[in-house]
Design a protein around this ligand. Sequence first.
Ligand code: RAT
Ligand code: ZN
Length: 451
Amino acid sequence: MIEKPGEPGALPDVAQLKREVAEVVKTTPVIDVHTHLLAPQFGEMSLFGIDELLTYHYLIVETFRSSEVKPEQFWHMNTAEQADLVWKTLFIENTPLSEATRGVVTVLNALGLDTGAADLSEARAYFRSRNLAKHVDLVLDLSSVSDVVMTNDPFNTQEARVWEARADIDKRFHATLRMDRLVNDWEHVVPRLSQLGYQVETRGSAKTAAEVRRFLGKWIEAMKPVCMAVSLPAEFKFPDNDARDWILREVTLPTAREHGLALALMVGVRRGVNAALRVAGDGAGSADVGALERMCAEYPDVRFLATFLSRENQHELCIAARKFSNLMPFGCWWFLNNPSIISEITRERLELLGTSFIPQHSDARILEQLIYKWQHSRDVIAESLCESYERLLHSGRAVTRQEIERDVTRMLSGNFLDWIGGLPTRLVTGPSELTTEKMRQPEEPDVVTTY
Ligand code: RAT
Ligand code: ZN
């Protein structure tokens, strides 16, 4: 039943509406649909603590801007030395005003640590004293994150060992089968697949495509991913006449179909703009949203999640989503994950799409980042949503607390659950089918993922 101003449950008072919206957005559990976190069972790949927080690549670039240290010097330091330098440069010698620096302050504050400490000794002692399992519970609780979607590269040998061992991975952590190497680095992937025993050749053939699909099928069986994902360059075209187009058409999209997996496209990255900065050296570029529209039109039976890195592409993405019901916009990605831009994008999406989008993901790489990324984003999402409810009120329709809860739940978890058809269960069973591949995994060199 639609509540009118004055009817029971309706919230015609703006101050009260603001309080209710803020509370609902703050406390509604979220499924974090794209992170680089790994469950504790992944051992040292599962990052947490002050040294990792401070050596986040977003902060490394900011340190270069405010200190004399050159990238080569920085990369020669150990993690603790790097963290000390970042702390001194960005938090003591400068005021932590940027989004990434403020994030560290939010985290320290939430954990009851000194946000203006002269050095890192107190914070280091705190994290050393933590039991990881309990710490994960605390962080998920403080961030109201119910489920974390990881990024899993099937070519990462270190990670592969955990999947092969069929470890009992924390059920709140879900896999994404990341396709970047296959889709964007086909030439280097071919020798690797051959080494693993797949009959593939650089010049795509039906046999090669079938073999790569067989490879992905095994990983899907092992990881039970919630979806597949790939980042694409700003110049991405579809259709195109290159290896990427072939892989997408013959491998990725048929795999999405066969396994009923949604495909997340993250478009607009320019990798290695300044290669000396390593993981911190990527940039952004405006992309062609038309390429995504053409893919949605050609593959109406595949569900796409999409995010663009350039601010300029956001409006077109909303319009594309209005045209294709197999397209779900998600998140304010990477360089867009700042309050001013989240606010703009969320308001634009609400105006064009109602609640039929996923407003945010964290992209967290270090566990405690969940605290700040979600706290900061929720504040802005609440403001944007409240603005929409206020306009609606002004037009003559007051909302109820139940409606607010329904809307927020839809955006923070419902849309994603619908899209992926529910969260899969990873059953820990007998020996993995991947064991045969394990025998062939080269011991050296390890492929360490940067995705
Ligand atoms: O936001 C990030 O941390 C980036 O480095 C990327 O990893 C990006 O999110 C990606 O998934 O490619
Ligand atoms: Zn990411």
